[in-house]
Design a protein around this ligand. Structure first.
Ligand SMILES: NC(=O)c1ccc[n+]([C@@H]2O[C@H](COP(=O)([O-])OP(=O)(O)OC[C@H]3O[C@@H](n4cnc5c(N)ncnc54)[C@H](OP(=O)(O)O)[C@@H]3O)[C@@H](O)[C@H]2O)c1
Length: 322
């Protein structure tokens, strides 16, 4: 089968498309022929060895995808031909994957395989962030940084489905339009976002900040929070890891909350099925929409990653595998 492998830790140019040996199949796993696979910022970090998990080379990048079940254990609840989304932690930028039962999720008919290919990582992360870590309540307001990106657009859609209002923070007008198309209640530019967030909430502040960007905007994120607000730390696309002056936390009973979805599910693998059970009714009813990703061919995987590093991507990016 064909795969995109990282052969050298020199950035996106270290990727090669080629043939890899077929999988050694075992009866206890679900085998899925993938149609497409999601591309995420952590994949970019992996190409330079700067992600928290460093893999030996060569390795297949990607952790998610969607396709058709080729075979599944009889007690898995899945049958051959069924459309599923998968979490494939051993690499997903390849035409076939084998995953443990509980890592393949049946898709409703109204969700396309391409849309589902980039669903698992970002949507389950933002679900974990908003529901489990922030304990969000319908009617609250969440400020989303990097709102036109992969995590950002997933957060806008899930927030809408959970009854939250959103303030989408973006770096330019084109991205503001993308955030609006993805359901943002309000859009604001990075410059001056704190004052706009306070204005939009009548001076009260937002209840939750969801931050995959980090960098020097963090102090203003804390200043944007209402009393009892929660700042969710997801990542650092801006490069710099911020520090917190903790007096700001006690003055208004603010919490800074770490969100490490990958870590959490490694320790609690059953949580994945709980998350899917919570999200499936929202997907089936159309309350949670998944937009189509920007698709690249396998040969253009380096360009897919460059669109993330150059801050040019909007929405989710994915690789077509067939
Ligand atoms: N904690 C977890 O469990 C978890 C799970 C998945 C992903 N993540 C993290 O979430 C973050 C976002 O991932 P993603 O796949 O959504 O990335 P993405 O699609 O590239 O979006 C990232 C956004 O960050 C903003 N940004 C600000 N400075 C940037 C810079 N110097 N370079 C690139 N982007 C910059 C951009 O928005 P503007 O241009 O509008 O500022 C961009 O849209 C990553 O740090 C990733 O590691 C965390």
């Amino acid at each position: 089968m064909k795969a995109v492998q990282l052969v050298e830790s020199i950035g996106p140019s270290g990727l090669r498309v080629g043939e890899v040996p077929d999988l050694v199949l075992t009866d206890d796993r679900v085998v899925v022929d993938l149609h497409a696979s999601g591309v995420s910022f952590p994949d970019l970090l992996q190409t330079t060895g700067s992600y928290q998990i460093v893999q030996g080379l060569p390795c297949v990048l990607g952790v998610e995808g969607a396709g058709s079940v080729r075979s599944a254990p009889s007690d898995s609840g899945l049958v051959a031909g069924q459309r599923v989304a998968v979490l494939a932690l051993e690499g997903a930028w390849q035409q076939t994957v084998s995953v443990p039962v509980g890592y393949a999720f049946p898709l409703p008919d109204n969700v396309s395989l391409t849309a589902a290919s980039g669903f698992v990582m970002n949507h389950l992360t933002v679900h974990f962030a908003l529901v489990e870590r922030a304990r969000c309540r319908a009617g609250e307001t969440v400020l989303v940084h990097g709102a036109a990106g992969g995590i950002g657009t997933a957060a806008l859609h899930l927030a809408a489905a959970l009854g939250l209002e959103t303030v989408a923070v973006v770096s330019n007008d084109e991205k503001a339009a993308v955030a609006k198309e993805n359901g943002a209640t309000h859009t604001v530019l990075v410059d001056g976002f704190k004052d706009r967030a306070l204005e939009l909430t009548g001076g009260r502040g937002v209840d939750i900040v969801l931050d995959p960007v980090g960098g020097d905007r963090f102090t203003d994120s804390l200043r944007s929070l209402a009393t009892n607000g929660r700042a969710l730390i997801l990542g650092f696309t801006g490069g710099e890891i911020p520090t917190v002056k903790v007096n700001r936390l006690l003055l208004r009973n603010i919490s800074v909350v770490g969100v490490g979805w990958g870590e959490y599910i490694r320790e609690n693998p059953d949580f994945l099925v709980q998350q899917w059970d919570a999200l499936l009714p929202l997907l089936s009813s159309g309350a949670l929409e998944i937009p189509e990703p920007t698709l690249y061919d396998m040969e253009n995987a380096p360009d897919a990653l460059l669109s993330l590093s150059e801050r040019a991507a909007t929405g989710k990016v994915a690789l077509a595998l067939r």
